[in-house]
Design a protein around this ligand. Sequence first.
Ligand SMILES: Cc1cc2nc3c(=O)[nH]c(=O)nc-3n(C[C@H](O)[C@H](O)[C@H](O)COP(=O)(O)OP(=O)(O)OC[C@H]3O[C@@H](n4cnc5c(N)ncnc54)[C@H](O)[C@@H]3O)c2cc1C
Length: 454
Amino acid sequence: MNNIKTMLDELKLIVGAERVFSYNEQKNEGQSRNPIAIIFPGTTTEISYIMKFCYSNNLKVTVKGGGSSVNGGVLSCGSDIVLSLERLNNIIEVNKFERIVTTEAGVVTENLKNEVEKHGLSFPQNISSAGMSFIGGNIAIRSGSPKSFKYGTMANYILNLEVVLPDGQIIWTGKNVKKDSAGYNLTQLFTGSEGTLGIITKAVIKLTPLKKEWLFFIPFNSVTHMYDFINEVLVIGLNPSSIEFLDTKGFELVSNYLKDGRISINKSFCIWMEFETDFWQTDLPELEIMNRLIAKYSNNNALFAESSREKEDLWKYRNKIGEACLDYAEFVDYDFSIPFLASQHIYERIIKILDEHHFEGIIVGHIGDGNFHINVFRDKNLTQDQWKSKIERCFMIITSLIIDFGGSVPGEHGVGYLNKKYFNLSVGEKQKQLMKEIKKILDPKSILNFDKIF
Ligand SMILES: Cc1cc2nc3c(=O)[nH]c(=O)nc-3n(C[C@H](O)[C@H](O)[C@H](O)COP(=O)(O)OP(=O)(O)OC[C@H]3O[C@@H](n4cnc5c(N)ncnc54)[C@H](O)[C@@H]3O)c2cc1C
């Protein structure tokens, strides 16, 4: 069945005509990257019918969650259909006794977080894009967040997934039990598969008891003081839930963007260090020892926040950096992870490489778990093509450096379409071959998220 109109009519029969938005068919004869249509199913069964239809007609499908990913993973490959999960937006059950939530994949992450908190539980991730990303997208990318330092990434909290396979079959990847040694871990296989192996339609997610959070904001006069401080915190056995970093330029940008100059960091480097206690505790046991370490390493402008208002006021300088960069100039983002012990050396080498390339940029990151983002701003003296290729050369040099020191690229933003070249360097040949074989078994016609990752 090759006729586009006939195909769209079939899809309309499955989801209803009002749920299929077609693009200009003339443009879609394989010449552009526009999809044939975007389609909004409302149930797993509809998605299964759609996939059965697409599989038997060799029609490619690109999966879309909240669309907030920064790797081009939701870009149409051209002449495909884009399948939006936004109508799968029900939180099915919060189970207080088991400490799990069962949810559809199209629930906005922040809504899930707020809902479980009403039950005295916590979804232990605070992804900065929580207001726009979907829980299914977070799982598909294996996203991280400031709290990954203590809790790991999304991968550590997924218990079971309902998935529609490329040929339309529906499976559950496991059971709703916290211990399960029955064979390979299919749940982890689909977590982070970026929509290339199947469409996640429901998820069972582990929760933790609600915690009280305490926040330090600590500027340092030098990178060495900052690393020495973090090292000592970790070596003496303190257990922060987040350790976040922003460089001087980044802090200036975000202060200007927020039009809020209340905090001055005086050309220093700053971190946010968060601790958690049980919610009934009225003070932080680590306070005294933290004050002593801060006095030893910092320049005495540290702040401590306890009330929600105070914490929000401090966190906003970290959380709004993406928006501040977008507001400042066009930029390209690069994302990597490095073992903590190599991190100071890598940080200093990267600054040098960026300087040698005369790039203006900022470095921000989850310093505790060695995951950093570099945002490089557009050089207006270069054409778009010159700038892009110069950046790519620079990022390839950085990628080689990171791999030499045992790191990984990308760190938390997924491969998608734009990070393929770095992924290619980062992952070994045999690993890649195994990944491709898994893809072939599950999607032999390569219809799902075609040209993503590989
Ligand atoms: C301002 C800002 C802040 C951000 N902060 C963070 C952060 O703190 N941590 C972090 O890790 N990332 C962050 N990101 C990146 C992005 O928000 C995350 O990668 C997020 O998890 C993507 O979710 P989404 O629902 O928007 O996915 P989408 O962008 O819609 O999709 C992402 C990928 O997953 C696939 N996919 C989506 N849903 C499904 C599904 N149900 N089944 C199978 N495949 C699917 C898509 O095909 C695509 O390849 C940020 C981005 C922005 C713009």
